[in-house]
Design a binder for this molecule. Structure first.
Ligand SMILES: Cc1cc2nc3c(=O)[nH]c(=O)nc-3n(C[C@H](O)[C@H](O)[C@H](O)COP(=O)(O)OP(=O)(O)OC[C@H]3O[C@@H](n4cnc5c(N)ncnc54)[C@H](O)[C@@H]3O)c2cc1C
Ligand code: FES
Ligand code: FES
Length: 483
């Protein structure tokens, strides 16, 4: 396999920028985009608030090609390793104004008194810029969603929300829309060469294949390299735990892994599909998935995070996992020479542990299209609704016949070291009528079925109570729909 050397290339605003890691002693392949920007005198707008994707003070926007389209995405630069910029355009708050003229987003923030403290405002402006590039006259729901990842602790969001509505009115006309074709052409040029990158610098090896074939070849050659997809979990190993990651395999730019397809029986989802894109595809097709993804992280997180990464993390509170169990999903695993399938339940083997061979990648998730009459719902209980991880989550599936339970799946997150099914409760319910009296009995079984842990988020009794009550909620929400 031909490999290129130690450089990445991207557009910083409209300037072609090349970073050769061997020539830049201050920059490692695992330097975050936030730290890269702040290392330069002109880029102090971007701030580090939390370095873990929670505050949005580091928000920047990237523009990238998706087929023929140029798409703009707000992201948390504290979670992005520099080579993930390869082939993209990076835009910061410093790039928005056109000479002396403020960008419409900046002007709206000033006019509506939305510009409050200097720490959060640049990130908020970038989130609004991302919003303005993707929506005209957005609903309040869309505006709030775009701002969920930006924390402001001073005077509140009202003037910022007003600015959002003002700057998204009418046609999208700014210097970026004028230069769209030129930028698009430059990015096409940058992305044309699919030769994989193999960066060796600072005792780190950072591999960045651009095709699946090359990714699988790298996986075989470097089986202990840490796989990086959206990096929203992996980056924290570097930024928070200060782990040294000697070998990385970055699969974030493999177009072949970013798809959503359907045939008569199955939805097939590429493992590299971003959670935000999956959320849009799920709308109208997989309502329980859409419901769960509406409250997954923030827009900046969903624009980076992938479905493959959520499965690969195998977190006991990974939000898609109980639901994928309820959907009876299976996972396609590919190596350079083989492919195999595993049910999601078999694939997750313990606390953050998966049945993945050292030469394999998760390449696809398959969800059988639910039969008519099957009721599937998702639940997430967390300390706050937005941008929080689950205390307890649930993915439930019910199939009835003449009011009697033919099959039920009750899968929970946050109740054990891994996402887990309530088999005792399921067995009790199977064959019984879907009635309140039966559910009340089942709730007592469920209350005792798990032995979860206590932590800062919740204690054992609370988790058991929530799990039990979610069954009642499921009953209440589905009783009018059973066959
Ligand atoms: C602020 C914040 C909020 C969050 N909110 C939520 C939330 O609401 N719900 C939730 O569930 N999670 C949440 N997360 C966790 C995280 O965003 C998700 O787990 C996400 O789906 C991970 O995807 P990724 O592509 O970023 O994974 P990465 O960080 O790139 O990888 C995660 C793990 O999966 C492995 N992996 C990735 N892709 C593959 C593959 N194709 N084959 C094999 N292994 C692979 C990696 O090696 C790694 O071990 C949050 C994280 C942050 C920082
Ligand atoms: S610094 Fe807080 S989200 Fe990046
Ligand atoms: S704008 Fe910084 S705390 Fe409100």
């Amino acid at each position: 396999m031909k490999k290129t050397g130690n450089s990445i290339r991207f557009l910083l605003n409209d300037s072609l920028t090349e970073i050769d890691f061997t020539q830049n002693p201050g920059l490692k392949p695992t330097t975050t985009v936030l730290n890269y920007l702040r290392s330069m005198p002109f880029y102090k707008g971007v701030k580090e608030g939390c370095a873990e994707g929670d505050c949005g003070a580091c928000t920047v926007v990237i523009a990238e090609k998706s087929g023929d389209r140029l798409v703009y995405k707000s992201i948390d630069s504290c979670l992005v390793f520099l080579p993930m910029l390869h082939g993209k355009q990076l835009l910061t708050v410093e790039h928005l104004a056109d000479g002396e003229a403020l960008h419409p987003v900046q002007k709206a923030m000033v006019d509506q008194n939305g510009s409050q403290c200097g720490y959060c405002t640049p990130g908020i402006v970038m989130s609004l810029f991302g919003l303005s590039k993707n929506h005209r006259d957005p609903s309040m729901e869309v505006v709030k969603d775009a701002l969920t990842g930006n924390l402001c602790r001073c005077t509140g969001y009202r003037p910022i929300v007003d600015a959002a509505h003002v700057c998204c009115k009418g046609e999208d006309h700014d210097k970026f829309s004028e230069n769209k074709d030129e930028v698009s052409g430059k990015l096409d040029e940058l992305c044309r060469d699919k030769t994989p990158l193999s960066i060796i610098s600072h005792q780190q090896r950072y591999l960045k294949p651009l095709t699946l074939t090359d990714a699988l070849a790298f996986r075989k050659e470097f089986p202990s390299a840490v796989i990086v997809s959206g990096a929203t979990d992996v980056a924290l190993r570097q930024t928070k735990k200060k782990e040294f990651l000697p070998e990385m395999l970055d699969i974030s730019d493999i177009a072949e892994l970013k798809y959503f397809k359907e045939d008569n029986h199955t939805y097939s989802i590429g493992s590299g599909l971003h959670i935000e894109d999956l959320r849009h595809h799920a709308d109208g097709k997989l309502p329980a998935m859409k419901h769960m993804l509406d409250i997954f992280g923030s827009l900046q997180i969903r624009n980076l995070a992938t479905i493959g990464g959520n499965i690969g993390s195998a977190s006991p509170i990974g939000d898609t996992l109980p639901l994928l169990i309820a959907y009876k999903a299976s996972i396609k695993l590919q190596s350079h020479k083989n492919e195999r399938f595993s049910s999601i339940e078999d694939f997750i083997t313990g606390y953050r542990s998966i049945d993945l061979f050292p030469d394999e990648l998760i390449t696809e998730v398959q969800i059988p299209i639910p039969a008519i009459g099957r009721i599937i719902k998702s639940y997430k209980v967390s300390r706050r609704k937005d941008l929080d991880i689950s205390t307890v989550s649930g993915g439930f599936s019910l199939l009835t016949e003449n009011g009697t339970i033919k099959e039920i799946i009750l899968a929970f997150g946050g109740m054990a070291a891994q996402p887990i099914r309530a088999f005792k409760t399921e067995n009790f319910l199977t064959g019984k009528p879907w009635t309140e009296a039966v559910i009340v009995e089942a709730m007592e079984i469920l209350f005792k079925e798990f032995k979860p842990w206590s932590d800062a988020r919740a204690e054992v009794g609370y988790r058991n109570l929530v799990a039990r009550n979610l069954l009642l909620k499921f009953y209440e929400e589905s009783k009018g729909q059973v066959l």
